[in-house]
Design a protein around this ligand. Structure first.
Ligand code: ZN
Ligand code: ZN
Ligand code: FE
Length: 781
């Protein structure tokens, strides 16, 4: 009976991202390698494991479980307890999912093709050789094919394809890497591609060949991908890229590209180790990489975006992408522009029918397939800023994997702001931020917004009674929220910059009070004016505005955002008076109707007041001659930043003396005037860009020190779209550390409005839990 005496049994419950990522087969193989018996099962609470055998083997198993877990899994908690051994226990088994509806279900994001699958499609004789829908438990579509949970083939768009006997065998074999890979498929039984070119139709490999041929001719091909369509064109063909710009009505905004390999990306950009890791990760985002100084036009068409230091680059992430590039090699093409397949500002196209109709005026041909995309997911956009990731858009590959937050309370639906909208479902300690929805300015985007709310609440089985929205009553999302009152929901409006601050606090699981430096474009203030350059002090439930940029008139309101030179005039008017403005303006303003703008300001005709930091950037950029109109979001600020670099900023002189007092009215007009004066004196825009950034860093550091002295706090939250500026973010983080403060920046979610919903959700939960009678967390000082 020694054997029985030697038997121990331990029960483990692993929670986190442990379903749909190959976790159970991993456990199975791990147990076998330690000669342990027992079981593993998916349950609503997480993955349940019971291992039985000698104690030393069990200990080894537990250590290796966390150390060797599959790359896409993330164990957030692991509970363990010893239980009585069970007899007989002859083997280790994977139990059928106990798929009770999951309170803790986490749906994995879509994942780029793994190296094993890549080898399959490139190996002649392999039954998946050349097959564009190859995948396994370590890779392939997830979120974009799931109709509802449990995550089972029957509830995905793969249900339409019946597995052939060979695929079925793989699916049922725990030693196979396609064990329970729900989208498992092969050429015999899976989806197929075809190319629609005018009235001609080409199938399978012929479709690929013809697509490459057309791309080599400079044609624009709409390609159905994972979370929507791309418009593809050779990035090495200047004329073709210009044609795409014209047809898509996208005049200036840079395009992202896809290169055939990391090596090819390395010929046109500089890639650090961190960047390499990110771009090759299973999320496979667009990474903003530093362009090489002199890439010839034949390698990268200048029209992709010449006023930028960085280029958005991604690697092939589906088998179809890889197969395309394999064939494009013979044409000498290694880089494609891959831009969202949409009309500008509308959501990315989803179905074949939609694409054929909507993109008809843009694409010359359509590479289609018959696996339905259930949900949209745009490409994510990330940059590494001083070794840490910085999101511009968090979507495919990341959403809807939750941000794990600390506070617990009722479920909340937060509906986000107007621009760069995402929504957030807050459930227990998980904040599920949706993929990028976009600007809620047209019917299609509005429908996508509603659709996302429906699918997120359905899929996550959660119907919150509390809805958080922006304080701005005119936003589409706010109005939608107010309409839900008729269904008995409680609506909690949240101030925009408070939400920015708390989104970052949520990520870092900060619960106590902090200082917020929130630099942004536009947000509705609690006093009804437009905010966007705010110093806040407080916590999740409530903050106080203790400082802000001196407000300025925005001549013509939104018109001034599109024509930044107007804002420049307004700052000068405020700072040096109407009569002096014309004397100080650079010659680039000569042709502009400056006097009529001065009149508008004088008479206060449609001149809303703003404390926005984004507008301050606009004004300085306009003076520096960077375009008289902003043709896409933040264009002036981005181009102003591109004039200089970290090194120049760190050694630049200040524009003016900065000495903030306790009133914390941050200087804006004097900075603009300083730039105008120095330009007049013959200084170059490159120098002034560096000095402007340096001065802002000084202003914010002084403000943080004063806020810290007033409040006794030392944690400083940096949030808002302006912090997408890498020079400002980097410089300020260093500067705050140097004076002994503790800066926190967004790492998992964007600094811009893409994370507003996350902040809204946490604030609403805190208010409802602690002070149910109040409806807004914001209290003006
Ligand atoms: Zn794979
Ligand atoms: Zn098959
Ligand atoms: Fe914002």
């Amino acid at each position: 009976m020694t054997e029985i005496n030697n038997q121990h049994r331990r029960q483990l419950l692993a929670c986190g991202i442990v379903q749909g990522v190959g976790f159970r087969p991993f456990v199975f193989n791990l147990a076998e390698s330690e000669s342990l018996k027992g079981l593993v099962s998916n349950t609503s609470a997480g993955v349940l494991i019971e291992v039985q055998g000698p104690l030393s083997a069990i200990e080894n198993f537990c250590i290796r479980l966390t150390q060797e877990a599959p790359p896409l899994s993330r164990i957030v908690s692991l509970e363990q307890k010893d239980i009585s051994p069970v007899f007989p226990c002859p083997q280790f088994v994977i139990e059928l999912s106990r798929n009770t509806p999951g309170t803790n279900t986490i749906i994995p994001a879509d994942m780029a093709t793994c190296t094993d699958c890549l080898q399959d499609i490139r190996t002649p004789g392999n039954r998946r050789f050349g097959y564009p829908f190859t995948n396994c438990t370590n890779c392939g579509p997830r979120w974009t094919i799931i109709e509802r949970i449990p995550y089972d083939r029957a509830f995905t768009s793969m249900a339409a394809f019946k597995m052939c006997p060979l695929c079925h065998q793989e699916y049922n074999n725990p030693r196979d890497r396609r064990f329970h890979a729900q989208p498992n498929a092969c050429p015999q039984c899976g989806p197929k591609i075809w190319l629609q070119y005018g009235d001609d139709k080409f199938c399978n490999n012929e479709a690929l060949e013809k697509t490459c041929h057309l791309l080599a001719q400079g044609k624009i091909v709409a390609i159905k991908g994972l979370g929507g369509f791309h418009l593809a064109v050779s990035a090495m063909n200047q004329k073709a890229v210009l044609r795409l710009r014209r047809r898509k009505h996208r005049e200036a905004k840079p395009f992202a590209v896809m290169t055939s390999s990391i090596e090819k990306a390395g010929t046109i950009t500089e890639i650090s180790d961190k960047e390499k890791e990110l771009i090759e990760s299973s999320a496979s985002p667009i990474v903003l990489l530093r362009k090489k100084d002199s890439t010839p036009q034949e390698q990268l068409a200048h029209s992709i975006g010449s006023n930028h230091r960085r280029l958005g680059v991604m690697l092939p992430y589906t088998p179809l992408h890889h197969l395309l590039f394999d064939q494009l090699k013979s044409y000498g093409i290694h880089t494609l522009v891959m831009t969202s397949g949409n009309k500008s500002d509308e959501p990315i196209c989803l179905s074949n029918k939609e694409a054929l109709e909507e993109l008809n005026s843009i694409a010359d041909a359509f590479l289609l397939h018959d696996r339905e995309i259930v949900r949209r997911a745009d490409d994510s956009v990330v940059q590494i800023i001083s070794t840490e990731p910085h999101f511009f858009r968090r979507s495919r590959g990341f959403a809807p994997v939750p941000v794990f937050v600390k506070n617990n309370g009722p479920d909340i639906l937060a509906v986000g702001p107007e621009l760069k909208n995402t929504i957030c479902l807050l459930k227990n300690d998980r904040a599920f931020l949706s993929p990028h929805i976009g600007n809620l300015e047209n019917l299609q985007a509005n429908n996508f917004f509603r659709e996302t709310i429906n699918t997120m609440t359905e899929v996550l089985e959660c119907d919150p009674q509390i809805i958080a929205c922006d304080l701005h009553p005119g936003y589409f999302s706010s109005q939608w929220a107010q309409q839900q009152k008729t269904a008995g929901k409680t609506v909690v409006p949240i101030q925009h910059h408070h939400a920015h601050m708390v989104a970052v606090m949520a990520e870092h699981q900060l619960e106590s009070s902090a200082i917020g430096i929130i630099m942004d474009g536009t947000g509705y203030g609690s006093d009804g004016t437009i905010w966007g350059g705010e110093i806040l002090v407080g916590g999740i439930q409530k903050v106080t505005r203790i400082g802000n940029f001196k407000t300025v008139a925005l001549p013509g309101g939104d018109a001034a955002i599109k024509a930044p030179w107007r804002t420049a005039i307004s700052y000068l008017y405020q700072c040096i008076g109407k009569k002096s403005v014309n004397n100080i303006l650079p010659s680039s303003f000569n042709e502009l109707p400056v006097d009529s703008i001065l009149e508008i300001i004088d008479k206060n005709i449609n001149c809303p007041q703003t404390s926005s930091c984004g507008r301050l950037f606009d004004a300085v950029a306009a003076l520096c001659g960077l375009g008289l109109e902003a043709r896409y979001d933040a264009q002036p600020a981005i181009e102003l930043m591109a004039l200089t670099c970290n090194k120049e900023v760190s050694k630049a002189a200040l524009l003016t003396d900065v000495k903030l007092d306790h009133s914390l009215v941050l200087p804006a007009g004097s900075l603009v005037t300083g730039v105008a004066r120095l330009l007049k004196a013959g200084h170059e825009p490159t120098e002034l860009s560096a000095r402007f950034h340096r001065t802002l860093i000084e202003v914010f550091t002084q403000a943080a020190l004063i806020a810290s002295a007033k409040s006794g706090l030392s944690k400083v939250i940096l949030a808002g779209g302006v912090f997408q500026n890498e020079l400002l973010l980097y410089g300020l983080v260093e500067s705050l550390k140097a004076v002994g403060l503790h800066p926190y920046r967004p790492l998992q979610t964007p600094a811009n409005d893409g994370s507003i919903a996350l902040g809204q959700a946490l604030i609403a939960r805190s208010i409802v839990s602690n002070a149910p009678e109040s409806t807004c967390g914001f209290f003006n000082s």
